[in-house]
Design a protein around this ligand. Structure first.
Ligand code: ADP
Ligand code: MG
Length: 316
């Protein structure tokens, strides 16, 4: 199978939102009048971002999902994407499954694959995504205000627990591993939430590196501090949970969750609760923004807890 056969067979699909798609030297797209383009890219390298042997359907899904998550975090409508693929060999059944996972999400969000590049080498792929957002409507990291609430969609920690299990340093019961795996392999980009937060949230970020680290980016770029109240944070629920330190650390510092963390004025509490019901998607109010710098995690007695002592290390 030559490179052009491979592209035609596995990646050339209808592109109804595109002026000129795959097959020329560059694609042509026409943003809707007056819209800004939101552009993001994310790369996944075998052994670094995913375990060797991960099923190809999940890989196709995830490389698009993590990019869609960036659009969600900006409040942008995703429209087009490109795909750069580096493959050790052209394995037909691998490609068919990768393509199926990729396009299942692409169709769901009505976005077109408009081009890319295909080369031979160690397994890696990269998506660049383009979306649209009206001027001044994007959800930036820098907009949080003193006194804003901090909100989080869903529950963080499941994906990191699965990383622990696959790395071999954590042993989960079979039913718990089955529960955690989809959070790591097939994250759900929170597009509908991101779009609905335009005009409601003051700042937003998607949680890819861990809740504390990513909320830290909002704090830093807004020139403020953030606190998380542990008694308000929902943790992963498992049948046979590992130590509470490990579960807590996974939720706070684990990463790979792709939930949205956002800030909003306390006046917006009712609107955000109504939105959560309408989507439907649980959101939790986990803390607030204050003067100062950094992220403090407070226990039920308002005492600061140290994350160094939770004993969790993503790279262990
Ligand atoms: P060029 O030599 O101009 O870079 P290529 O031969 O690399 O063109 O690619 C031919 C066409 O196929 C281009 O339109 C390119 O965007 C598209 N393409 C290449 N690889 C992929 C891929 N993995 N997914 C989608 N489109 C691809
Ligand atoms: Mg090329």
């Amino acid at each position: 199978m030559g490179e052009f056969d491979l592209i035609a067979r596995y990646f050339q699909r209808d592109a109804p939102n595109t002026v000129l798609g795959i097959g020329d030297d560059a694609a042509l797209v026409l943003p809707r009048p007056g819209q800004q383009l939101a552009v993001a890219a994310d790369t996944m390298v075998e052994g670094r971002h995913f375990f060797a042997g991960t099923d190809p359907y999940s890989l196709g899904w995830k490389v698009l999902a993590v990019n869609l998550s960036d659009m969600a975090a900006m409040g942008a409508v995703p429209r087009w994407f490109t795909l750069c693929l580096t493959l050790p060999q052209a394995d037909a059944s691998w490609l068919a499954e990768f393509s199926r996972g990729l396009f299942s999400l692409a169709r769901r969000f009505d976005i077109d694959l408009i081009g890319g590049d295909t080369t031979r080498g160690p397994l890696a792929f990269s998506v660049q995504i383009l979306g649209e957002v009206a001027p001044d409507a994007a959800l930036r990291r820098s907009g949080a205000q003193v006194g804003d609430d901090v909100w989080l969609s869903g529950t963080t920690g499941y994906a990191a627990l699965m990383v622990g299990q696959r790395s071999g340093w954590l042993v989960l019961a079979q039913e718990d591993a089955t529960r955690c795996a989809p959070y790591l392999d097939r994250p759900e980009p929170r597009i509908a939430l991101g779009l609905a937060l335009r005009g409601l949230a003051t700042a937003a970020i998607d949680v890819s590196d861990g809740l504390v680290a990513d909320l830290g980016h909002i704090a830093q770029q807004s020139g403020l501090s953030a606190c998380i109240h542990l008694d308000q944070l929902a943790l992963p629920t498992l049948q046979s949970p590992p130590s509470s330190d490990i579960v807590l650390a996974a939720a706070l510092t684990g990463g790979d969750d792709y939930e949205l963390c956002f800030t909003a004025s306390p006046e917006r509490r009712d609107a955000i609760a109504a939105l959560a019901l309408a989507l439907p998607l649980p959101v939790q109010r986990i803390g607030s923004m204050q003067l100062g710098a950094g992220v403090a995690v407070l226990d039920a007695n308002q005492q600061r807890i140290s994350l160094d002592h939770t004993g969790f290390n993503h790279f262990a």
